[in-house]
Design a protein around this ligand. Structure first.
Ligand code: HEC
Ligand code: HEC
Length: 387
Protein backbone atom coordinates (compact mmCIF):
# COMPACT_ATOMS: atom_id res chain seq x y z
CA UNK A 1 0.00 0.00 0.00
CA UNK A 2 1.19 3.50 -0.77
CA UNK A 3 1.54 6.12 1.94
CA UNK A 4 -1.90 7.66 2.49
CA UNK A 5 -2.02 11.07 0.89
CA UNK A 6 -3.16 12.71 4.10
CA UNK A 7 -0.03 11.51 5.85
CA UNK A 8 2.22 12.57 3.01
CA UNK A 9 0.60 16.01 2.96
CA UNK A 10 1.07 16.50 6.68
CA UNK A 11 4.72 15.43 6.53
CA UNK A 12 5.18 17.97 3.77
CA UNK A 13 3.40 20.62 5.85
CA UNK A 14 5.67 19.89 8.79
CA UNK A 15 8.78 20.11 6.65
CA UNK A 16 7.72 23.35 5.04
CA UNK A 17 6.44 24.67 8.37
CA UNK A 18 9.86 23.97 9.82
CA UNK A 19 11.36 26.18 7.13
CA UNK A 20 8.93 28.89 8.13
CA UNK A 21 7.15 28.84 4.79
CA UNK A 22 3.46 29.49 4.42
CA UNK A 23 1.93 26.70 2.45
CA UNK A 24 -1.20 25.07 1.23
CA UNK A 25 -0.75 21.59 2.74
CA UNK A 26 -2.41 19.77 -0.08
CA UNK A 27 -0.79 18.45 -3.21
CA UNK A 28 -2.58 19.57 -6.37
CA UNK A 29 -5.12 17.08 -7.73
CA UNK A 30 -4.52 15.03 -9.78
CA UNK A 31 -0.88 14.06 -9.27
CA UNK A 32 0.84 11.85 -11.86
CA UNK A 33 -0.44 8.53 -10.47
CA UNK A 34 -3.95 9.87 -10.07
CA UNK A 35 -3.92 11.15 -13.62
CA UNK A 36 -3.12 7.64 -14.86
CA UNK A 37 -5.98 6.23 -12.80
CA UNK A 38 -8.38 8.81 -14.24
CA UNK A 39 -7.23 8.08 -17.79
CA UNK A 40 -8.00 4.38 -17.31
CA UNK A 41 -11.67 5.24 -16.75
CA UNK A 42 -12.42 6.06 -20.36
CA UNK A 43 -15.64 4.80 -21.89
CA UNK A 44 -16.29 1.11 -21.93
CA UNK A 45 -16.25 -0.33 -25.46
CA UNK A 46 -19.76 -1.01 -26.73
CA UNK A 47 -18.93 -4.66 -27.46
CA UNK A 48 -18.19 -6.93 -24.51
CA UNK A 49 -15.25 -9.30 -25.10
CA UNK A 50 -16.20 -12.48 -26.98
CA UNK A 51 -16.41 -15.67 -24.99
CA UNK A 52 -14.56 -18.47 -26.81
CA UNK A 53 -16.00 -21.07 -24.41
CA UNK A 54 -19.47 -20.36 -25.85
CA UNK A 55 -19.71 -21.25 -29.52
CA UNK A 56 -23.07 -19.50 -30.02
CA UNK A 57 -21.84 -16.23 -28.51
CA UNK A 58 -22.62 -13.46 -31.01
CA UNK A 59 -24.89 -15.69 -33.13
CA UNK A 60 -28.09 -13.72 -33.88
CA UNK A 61 -30.27 -16.82 -33.84
CA UNK A 62 -29.02 -17.75 -30.37
CA UNK A 63 -29.58 -14.19 -29.12
CA UNK A 64 -33.20 -14.34 -30.24
CA UNK A 65 -33.87 -17.76 -28.72
CA UNK A 66 -32.12 -16.60 -25.54
CA UNK A 67 -34.41 -13.57 -25.36
CA UNK A 68 -37.48 -15.83 -25.47
CA UNK A 69 -36.09 -18.28 -22.92
CA UNK A 70 -35.03 -15.48 -20.56
CA UNK A 71 -38.66 -14.41 -20.38
CA UNK A 72 -40.20 -17.90 -20.19
CA UNK A 73 -41.52 -19.04 -16.80
CA UNK A 74 -42.12 -22.47 -18.36
CA UNK A 75 -38.47 -23.30 -17.66
CA UNK A 76 -39.17 -23.29 -13.92
CA UNK A 77 -40.68 -26.27 -12.15
CA UNK A 78 -43.40 -24.12 -10.56
CA UNK A 79 -44.18 -22.55 -13.93
CA UNK A 80 -44.30 -19.01 -12.55
CA UNK A 81 -40.64 -17.86 -12.35
CA UNK A 82 -38.44 -16.76 -15.27
CA UNK A 83 -35.04 -15.08 -15.37
CA UNK A 84 -36.98 -11.88 -16.02
CA UNK A 85 -38.84 -12.26 -12.68
CA UNK A 86 -35.65 -11.31 -10.82
CA UNK A 87 -33.86 -9.43 -13.61
CA UNK A 88 -36.58 -7.16 -15.04
CA UNK A 89 -37.14 -3.45 -14.79
CA UNK A 90 -34.89 -0.62 -15.82
CA UNK A 91 -32.01 -1.72 -13.58
CA UNK A 92 -32.51 -5.38 -14.66
CA UNK A 93 -32.74 -6.50 -11.05
CA UNK A 94 -35.39 -6.25 -8.33
CA UNK A 95 -35.84 -3.29 -5.97
CA UNK A 96 -35.97 -5.45 -2.83
CA UNK A 97 -33.01 -6.84 -0.86
CA UNK A 98 -33.82 -10.45 -1.82
CA UNK A 99 -35.94 -11.82 -4.66
CA UNK A 100 -38.73 -14.36 -4.70
CA UNK A 101 -38.40 -17.67 -6.53
CA UNK A 102 -40.63 -20.75 -6.85
CA UNK A 103 -43.18 -21.34 -4.06
CA UNK A 104 -42.45 -18.01 -2.37
CA UNK A 105 -38.88 -19.01 -1.50
CA UNK A 106 -36.35 -16.20 -1.06
CA UNK A 107 -32.91 -15.89 -2.61
CA UNK A 108 -29.84 -15.96 -0.38
CA UNK A 109 -28.44 -12.69 -1.74
CA UNK A 110 -29.38 -9.52 -3.58
CA UNK A 111 -29.66 -10.12 -7.35
CA UNK A 112 -27.01 -8.14 -9.26
CA UNK A 113 -27.98 -6.49 -12.54
CA UNK A 114 -27.66 -8.42 -15.80
CA UNK A 115 -26.82 -5.14 -17.61
CA UNK A 116 -23.19 -5.25 -18.77
CA UNK A 117 -22.80 -8.71 -17.17
CA UNK A 118 -20.90 -9.89 -20.25
CA UNK A 119 -17.98 -7.64 -19.28
CA UNK A 120 -17.53 -9.49 -15.97
CA UNK A 121 -14.65 -11.82 -15.33
CA UNK A 122 -16.48 -13.75 -12.56
CA UNK A 123 -20.15 -14.22 -11.85
CA UNK A 124 -22.19 -14.19 -8.66
CA UNK A 125 -21.19 -12.20 -5.59
CA UNK A 126 -18.82 -14.99 -4.54
CA UNK A 127 -17.53 -15.78 -8.05
CA UNK A 128 -18.82 -19.36 -8.10
CA UNK A 129 -19.29 -19.27 -11.89
CA UNK A 130 -16.49 -18.40 -14.32
CA UNK A 131 -18.62 -17.90 -17.46
CA UNK A 132 -21.89 -16.20 -18.24
CA UNK A 133 -23.30 -19.38 -19.80
CA UNK A 134 -22.51 -21.64 -16.86
CA UNK A 135 -23.86 -19.03 -14.44
CA UNK A 136 -27.32 -19.45 -16.04
CA UNK A 137 -27.45 -23.11 -15.00
CA UNK A 138 -27.33 -22.13 -11.32
CA UNK A 139 -30.68 -20.24 -11.07
CA UNK A 140 -32.35 -22.91 -13.25
CA UNK A 141 -31.40 -25.65 -10.77
CA UNK A 142 -31.57 -23.64 -7.54
CA UNK A 143 -34.54 -24.87 -5.44
CA UNK A 144 -35.06 -21.31 -4.12
CA UNK A 145 -35.13 -19.81 -7.62
CA UNK A 146 -36.44 -21.79 -10.63
CA UNK A 147 -36.24 -25.22 -8.95
CA UNK A 148 -35.87 -26.85 -12.36
CA UNK A 149 -33.85 -29.70 -13.86
CA UNK A 150 -32.83 -30.99 -17.29
CA UNK A 151 -36.11 -32.94 -17.71
CA UNK A 152 -38.31 -29.91 -17.07
CA UNK A 153 -36.18 -27.74 -19.38
CA UNK A 154 -36.09 -30.38 -22.15
CA UNK A 155 -39.86 -30.90 -21.99
CA UNK A 156 -40.47 -27.16 -22.29
CA UNK A 157 -38.09 -26.73 -25.24
CA UNK A 158 -39.53 -29.76 -26.97
CA UNK A 159 -43.15 -28.63 -26.56
CA UNK A 160 -42.81 -25.15 -28.09
CA UNK A 161 -42.28 -25.52 -31.81
CA UNK A 162 -40.14 -22.46 -32.37
CA UNK A 163 -37.84 -23.44 -29.46
CA UNK A 164 -37.50 -26.95 -30.82
CA UNK A 165 -36.62 -25.91 -34.36
CA UNK A 166 -34.27 -23.11 -33.29
CA UNK A 167 -32.49 -25.37 -30.82
CA UNK A 168 -32.04 -28.00 -33.51
CA UNK A 169 -30.75 -25.42 -35.99
CA UNK A 170 -28.15 -24.24 -33.45
CA UNK A 171 -27.03 -27.54 -31.94
CA UNK A 172 -27.99 -30.21 -34.50
CA UNK A 173 -30.39 -32.20 -32.31
CA UNK A 174 -33.87 -31.93 -30.87
CA UNK A 175 -33.88 -30.94 -27.19
CA UNK A 176 -35.49 -34.26 -26.17
CA UNK A 177 -32.65 -36.21 -27.84
CA UNK A 178 -29.91 -34.31 -25.97
CA UNK A 179 -28.25 -35.61 -22.80
CA UNK A 180 -29.33 -33.62 -19.75
CA UNK A 181 -26.05 -31.87 -18.99
CA UNK A 182 -25.41 -30.96 -22.63
CA UNK A 183 -28.91 -29.52 -22.82
CA UNK A 184 -28.36 -27.41 -19.70
CA UNK A 185 -25.01 -26.14 -21.01
CA UNK A 186 -26.56 -25.26 -24.38
CA UNK A 187 -29.52 -23.46 -22.82
CA UNK A 188 -26.99 -21.55 -20.70
CA UNK A 189 -25.06 -20.63 -23.85
CA UNK A 190 -28.19 -19.34 -25.58
CA UNK A 191 -29.17 -17.31 -22.50
CA UNK A 192 -25.64 -15.88 -22.36
CA UNK A 193 -25.78 -14.94 -26.04
CA UNK A 194 -28.90 -12.90 -25.29
CA UNK A 195 -27.47 -11.30 -22.14
CA UNK A 196 -24.40 -10.22 -24.03
CA UNK A 197 -26.68 -7.77 -25.89
CA UNK A 198 -27.76 -6.11 -22.62
CA UNK A 199 -25.22 -3.34 -22.77
CA UNK A 200 -25.73 0.03 -21.10
CA UNK A 201 -22.55 2.08 -21.10
CA UNK A 202 -21.73 5.59 -22.26
CA UNK A 203 -22.77 7.67 -19.25
CA UNK A 204 -22.54 11.40 -18.41
CA UNK A 205 -19.68 10.26 -16.15
CA UNK A 206 -17.56 9.39 -19.20
CA UNK A 207 -18.07 12.85 -20.65
CA UNK A 208 -17.25 14.44 -17.30
CA UNK A 209 -13.99 12.49 -17.05
CA UNK A 210 -13.00 13.45 -20.59
CA UNK A 211 -13.79 17.09 -19.97
CA UNK A 212 -11.98 17.01 -16.64
CA UNK A 213 -8.85 15.53 -18.25
CA UNK A 214 -8.91 18.35 -20.82
CA UNK A 215 -9.25 20.84 -17.96
CA UNK A 216 -6.20 19.30 -16.26
CA UNK A 217 -4.21 19.86 -19.46
CA UNK A 218 -5.47 23.42 -19.61
CA UNK A 219 -4.61 24.03 -15.94
CA UNK A 220 -8.23 24.68 -14.95
CA UNK A 221 -9.00 21.39 -13.14
CA UNK A 222 -10.11 23.09 -9.94
CA UNK A 223 -12.84 25.04 -11.70
CA UNK A 224 -14.32 21.94 -13.32
CA UNK A 225 -17.73 20.86 -11.89
CA UNK A 226 -16.49 17.26 -11.55
CA UNK A 227 -13.41 18.29 -9.50
CA UNK A 228 -14.63 17.51 -5.98
CA UNK A 229 -16.39 14.26 -6.91
CA UNK A 230 -13.45 12.85 -8.85
CA UNK A 231 -10.95 14.00 -6.28
CA UNK A 232 -12.88 12.35 -3.45
CA UNK A 233 -13.38 9.15 -5.50
CA UNK A 234 -9.69 8.94 -6.32
CA UNK A 235 -7.90 10.44 -3.29
CA UNK A 236 -9.70 10.72 0.02
CA UNK A 237 -12.20 7.90 -0.63
CA UNK A 238 -9.66 5.60 -2.34
CA UNK A 239 -12.66 4.15 -4.22
CA UNK A 240 -10.60 3.82 -7.39
CA UNK A 241 -8.30 1.30 -5.73
CA UNK A 242 -11.05 -1.28 -6.31
CA UNK A 243 -13.59 0.45 -8.59
CA UNK A 244 -11.12 1.06 -11.42
CA UNK A 245 -10.84 0.91 -15.21
CA UNK A 246 -13.68 1.20 -17.72
CA UNK A 247 -15.90 -1.25 -15.76
CA UNK A 248 -15.25 0.53 -12.47
CA UNK A 249 -14.26 -2.84 -11.01
CA UNK A 250 -10.94 -4.63 -10.52
CA UNK A 251 -12.69 -8.00 -11.13
CA UNK A 252 -11.38 -9.14 -7.74
CA UNK A 253 -12.87 -10.04 -4.36
CA UNK A 254 -12.55 -8.06 -1.15
CA UNK A 255 -13.90 -8.21 2.36
CA UNK A 256 -15.14 -4.68 2.97
CA UNK A 257 -17.00 -5.59 6.17
CA UNK A 258 -20.64 -5.77 5.10
CA UNK A 259 -22.78 -7.09 7.97
CA UNK A 260 -23.62 -10.76 7.28
CA UNK A 261 -23.14 -13.86 9.39
CA UNK A 262 -25.78 -15.95 7.58
CA UNK A 263 -25.36 -18.96 5.27
CA UNK A 264 -24.14 -16.81 2.35
CA UNK A 265 -21.48 -14.94 4.31
CA UNK A 266 -18.41 -17.03 3.42
CA UNK A 267 -17.66 -15.18 0.18
CA UNK A 268 -15.18 -16.38 -2.41
CA UNK A 269 -13.31 -18.68 -0.05
CA UNK A 270 -16.44 -20.77 0.55
CA UNK A 271 -17.14 -21.22 -3.17
CA UNK A 272 -13.63 -21.76 -4.56
CA UNK A 273 -13.52 -25.58 -4.25
CA UNK A 274 -16.99 -25.89 -5.69
CA UNK A 275 -16.06 -23.93 -8.80
CA UNK A 276 -12.84 -25.91 -9.32
CA UNK A 277 -14.68 -29.23 -9.14
CA UNK A 278 -17.72 -28.11 -11.15
CA UNK A 279 -18.33 -29.99 -14.40
CA UNK A 280 -19.70 -26.81 -16.04
CA UNK A 281 -16.63 -24.64 -15.38
CA UNK A 282 -14.63 -23.08 -18.21
CA UNK A 283 -12.13 -25.97 -18.36
CA UNK A 284 -14.77 -28.69 -18.19
CA UNK A 285 -16.16 -30.90 -20.93
CA UNK A 286 -19.06 -28.56 -21.80
CA UNK A 287 -16.73 -25.66 -22.51
CA UNK A 288 -16.05 -24.94 -26.19
CA UNK A 289 -12.49 -23.78 -25.34
CA UNK A 290 -11.42 -25.62 -22.17
CA UNK A 291 -7.85 -24.35 -22.35
CA UNK A 292 -8.96 -20.75 -21.92
CA UNK A 293 -9.86 -21.13 -18.24
CA UNK A 294 -8.31 -19.45 -15.23
CA UNK A 295 -8.37 -22.63 -13.17
CA UNK A 296 -4.63 -22.54 -12.55
CA UNK A 297 -4.95 -19.12 -11.02
CA UNK A 298 -7.87 -20.26 -8.92
CA UNK A 299 -5.99 -23.32 -7.68
CA UNK A 300 -3.15 -21.07 -6.61
CA UNK A 301 -5.55 -19.25 -4.29
CA UNK A 302 -6.02 -22.27 -2.02
CA UNK A 303 -3.46 -21.28 0.60
CA UNK A 304 -3.85 -20.26 4.20
CA UNK A 305 -2.64 -16.74 3.46
CA UNK A 306 -5.28 -16.38 0.79
CA UNK A 307 -7.94 -17.76 3.09
CA UNK A 308 -7.46 -14.71 5.31
CA UNK A 309 -8.08 -12.48 2.28
CA UNK A 310 -10.90 -14.41 0.66
CA UNK A 311 -13.06 -15.39 3.60
CA UNK A 312 -16.06 -13.07 3.54
CA UNK A 313 -14.72 -11.49 0.33
CA UNK A 314 -17.21 -10.56 -2.40
CA UNK A 315 -16.72 -9.42 -5.96
CA UNK A 316 -16.20 -5.72 -6.57
CA UNK A 317 -19.34 -4.81 -8.50
CA UNK A 318 -19.18 -2.48 -11.46
CA UNK A 319 -20.57 0.94 -10.56
CA UNK A 320 -22.06 1.51 -14.02
CA UNK A 321 -25.85 2.05 -13.72
CA UNK A 322 -25.55 1.82 -9.93
CA UNK A 323 -28.27 4.46 -9.43
CA UNK A 324 -30.75 2.03 -11.02
CA UNK A 325 -29.92 -1.01 -8.88
CA UNK A 326 -30.80 -0.18 -5.26
CA UNK A 327 -30.68 -1.73 -2.73
CA UNK A 328 -26.95 -2.33 -2.44
CA UNK A 329 -24.26 -4.83 -1.43
CA UNK A 330 -24.54 -8.63 -1.55
CA UNK A 331 -27.11 -8.50 1.23
CA UNK A 332 -29.13 -5.64 -0.23
CA UNK A 333 -29.10 -4.11 3.26
CA UNK A 334 -28.21 -0.58 2.16
CA UNK A 335 -31.21 1.16 0.65
CA UNK A 336 -29.62 4.23 -0.92
CA UNK A 337 -26.32 5.50 -2.29
CA UNK A 338 -26.22 7.94 0.63
CA UNK A 339 -26.23 4.94 2.99
CA UNK A 340 -23.41 3.32 0.99
CA UNK A 341 -21.30 6.46 1.36
CA UNK A 342 -21.99 6.60 5.12
CA UNK A 343 -20.93 2.94 5.33
CA UNK A 344 -17.58 3.69 3.66
CA UNK A 345 -17.19 6.87 5.69
CA UNK A 346 -17.38 4.78 8.86
CA UNK A 347 -14.84 2.29 7.47
CA UNK A 348 -17.35 -0.58 7.11
CA UNK A 349 -19.36 -2.41 9.75
CA UNK A 350 -17.92 -3.38 13.12
CA UNK A 351 -15.82 -6.55 13.50
CA UNK A 352 -17.99 -9.48 14.53
CA UNK A 353 -20.92 -8.53 12.29
CA UNK A 354 -19.35 -10.28 9.28
CA UNK A 355 -17.19 -13.33 8.58
CA UNK A 356 -13.40 -13.02 8.13
CA UNK A 357 -11.14 -9.99 8.24
CA UNK A 358 -11.88 -6.63 6.74
CA UNK A 359 -9.32 -5.46 4.19
CA UNK A 360 -6.92 -3.10 5.95
CA UNK A 361 -7.52 -0.31 3.44
CA UNK A 362 -11.11 0.11 4.65
CA UNK A 363 -10.70 2.87 7.26
CA UNK A 364 -12.92 5.77 8.37
CA UNK A 365 -12.68 8.50 5.74
CA UNK A 366 -13.75 11.69 7.58
CA UNK A 367 -15.62 12.99 4.55
CA UNK A 368 -17.23 16.42 4.71
CA UNK A 369 -20.90 16.79 3.76
CA UNK A 370 -19.87 18.38 0.48
CA UNK A 371 -17.57 15.45 -0.31
CA UNK A 372 -20.32 12.94 0.48
CA UNK A 373 -22.75 14.77 -1.80
CA UNK A 374 -20.15 14.97 -4.55
CA UNK A 375 -19.58 11.20 -4.35
CA UNK A 376 -23.32 10.47 -4.53
CA UNK A 377 -23.64 12.79 -7.55
CA UNK A 378 -20.68 11.07 -9.19
CA UNK A 379 -22.26 7.63 -8.68
CA UNK A 380 -25.53 8.93 -10.12
CA UNK A 381 -23.72 10.18 -13.23
CA UNK A 382 -22.63 6.60 -14.04
CA UNK A 383 -26.02 5.62 -15.50
CA UNK A 384 -25.57 4.71 -19.16
CA UNK A 385 -27.76 6.01 -21.96
CA UNK A 386 -30.25 3.85 -23.80
CA UNK A 387 -28.91 2.30 -26.99
C1 HEC B 1 -35.51 -15.93 -7.91
C2 HEC B 1 -34.67 -14.88 -8.44
C3 HEC B 1 -33.75 -15.17 -9.58
C4 HEC B 1 -34.03 -15.82 -10.77
C5 HEC B 1 -35.31 -16.51 -11.17
C6 HEC B 1 -32.83 -15.68 -11.57
N1 HEC B 1 -31.88 -14.99 -10.90
FE1 HEC B 1 -30.13 -14.39 -11.65
N2 HEC B 1 -29.52 -13.87 -9.78
C7 HEC B 1 -30.32 -13.88 -8.66
C8 HEC B 1 -29.49 -13.70 -7.49
C9 HEC B 1 -29.98 -13.66 -6.06
C10 HEC B 1 -28.16 -13.60 -7.94
C11 HEC B 1 -26.91 -13.47 -7.08
C12 HEC B 1 -26.66 -14.81 -6.42
C13 HEC B 1 -25.35 -14.89 -5.66
O1 HEC B 1 -24.44 -14.11 -5.95
O2 HEC B 1 -25.22 -15.74 -4.79
C14 HEC B 1 -28.22 -13.68 -9.41
C15 HEC B 1 -27.12 -13.56 -10.25
C16 HEC B 1 -27.21 -13.56 -11.63
C17 HEC B 1 -26.14 -13.22 -12.53
C18 HEC B 1 -24.73 -12.80 -12.13
C19 HEC B 1 -24.52 -11.35 -12.29
C20 HEC B 1 -23.18 -10.93 -11.75
O3 HEC B 1 -22.82 -9.77 -11.97
O4 HEC B 1 -22.50 -11.73 -11.11
C21 HEC B 1 -26.60 -13.37 -13.81
C22 HEC B 1 -25.85 -13.12 -15.09
C23 HEC B 1 -27.97 -13.84 -13.69
N3 HEC B 1 -28.31 -13.92 -12.36
C24 HEC B 1 -28.75 -14.25 -14.76
C25 HEC B 1 -29.90 -15.01 -14.59
C26 HEC B 1 -30.50 -15.85 -15.63
C27 HEC B 1 -29.97 -16.02 -17.03
C28 HEC B 1 -31.61 -16.41 -15.07
C29 HEC B 1 -32.57 -17.41 -15.69
C30 HEC B 1 -32.02 -18.68 -16.10
C31 HEC B 1 -31.68 -15.93 -13.70
N4 HEC B 1 -30.62 -15.12 -13.45
C32 HEC B 1 -32.72 -16.25 -12.83
C33 HEC B 1 -31.69 -14.03 -8.66
C34 HEC B 1 -32.39 -14.68 -9.67
C1 HEC C 1 -11.18 -2.61 -1.04
C2 HEC C 1 -11.95 -2.48 -2.26
C3 HEC C 1 -13.05 -1.42 -2.33
C4 HEC C 1 -12.95 -0.07 -2.06
C5 HEC C 1 -11.73 0.72 -1.60
C6 HEC C 1 -14.25 0.48 -2.34
N1 HEC C 1 -15.11 -0.50 -2.73
FE1 HEC C 1 -17.07 -0.26 -3.19
N2 HEC C 1 -17.31 -2.28 -3.21
C7 HEC C 1 -16.29 -3.21 -3.08
C8 HEC C 1 -16.87 -4.53 -2.90
C9 HEC C 1 -16.09 -5.82 -2.72
C10 HEC C 1 -18.27 -4.36 -2.89
C11 HEC C 1 -19.31 -5.44 -2.65
C12 HEC C 1 -19.25 -5.81 -1.17
C13 HEC C 1 -20.32 -6.73 -0.65
O1 HEC C 1 -21.45 -6.74 -1.15
O2 HEC C 1 -20.02 -7.44 0.34
C14 HEC C 1 -18.51 -2.92 -3.12
C15 HEC C 1 -19.76 -2.35 -3.25
C16 HEC C 1 -19.99 -1.01 -3.57
C17 HEC C 1 -21.26 -0.44 -3.93
C18 HEC C 1 -22.57 -1.21 -4.03
C19 HEC C 1 -22.80 -1.64 -5.45
C20 HEC C 1 -23.94 -2.61 -5.63
O3 HEC C 1 -24.28 -2.85 -6.79
O4 HEC C 1 -24.47 -3.14 -4.64
C21 HEC C 1 -21.06 0.89 -4.17
C22 HEC C 1 -22.10 1.92 -4.58
C23 HEC C 1 -19.65 1.16 -3.94
N3 HEC C 1 -19.04 -0.03 -3.60
C24 HEC C 1 -19.05 2.41 -4.04
C25 HEC C 1 -17.78 2.67 -3.52
C26 HEC C 1 -17.28 4.00 -3.23
C27 HEC C 1 -18.03 5.29 -3.50
C28 HEC C 1 -16.04 3.84 -2.68
C29 HEC C 1 -15.12 4.90 -2.11
C30 HEC C 1 -15.68 5.68 -1.00
C31 HEC C 1 -15.76 2.41 -2.65
N4 HEC C 1 -16.85 1.74 -3.15
C32 HEC C 1 -14.57 1.84 -2.21
C33 HEC C 1 -14.95 -2.92 -3.06
C34 HEC C 1 -14.42 -1.68 -2.73
Amino acid sequence: MKTPHRLRASVLALALGGLGLACDTEEAFPNVDELDQLRSLHTQTRQPPKDPTNRVDGVARAEQLGDLLFHDAGLSRCGTVSCQSCHGGEGRTVDTALAEGCDGKRTLRNPPTVLNAAYNRWFMWDGRADRLWSQAILPLLNPDEMNSDAQVVAARLQSVESYRTEYQALFGREPAAESGDVLLANVGKVLAAYQRTLVKVDAPFDEDVRRFLAAVDAGTAEEDPAYLGLKTFVRKGQCIVCHKGPSLSDDLFHNIGVEDTGPGSGGQWASLEGLLGWSFNAEGRYSDAPSGSDALRLRALRTQAKQLELEGAFRTPSLRNVALTAPYMHTGAQATLEEVIDFYNEGGDAAGTFVGQKTETLVPLELTDAEKRALVDLLKSMTGRED
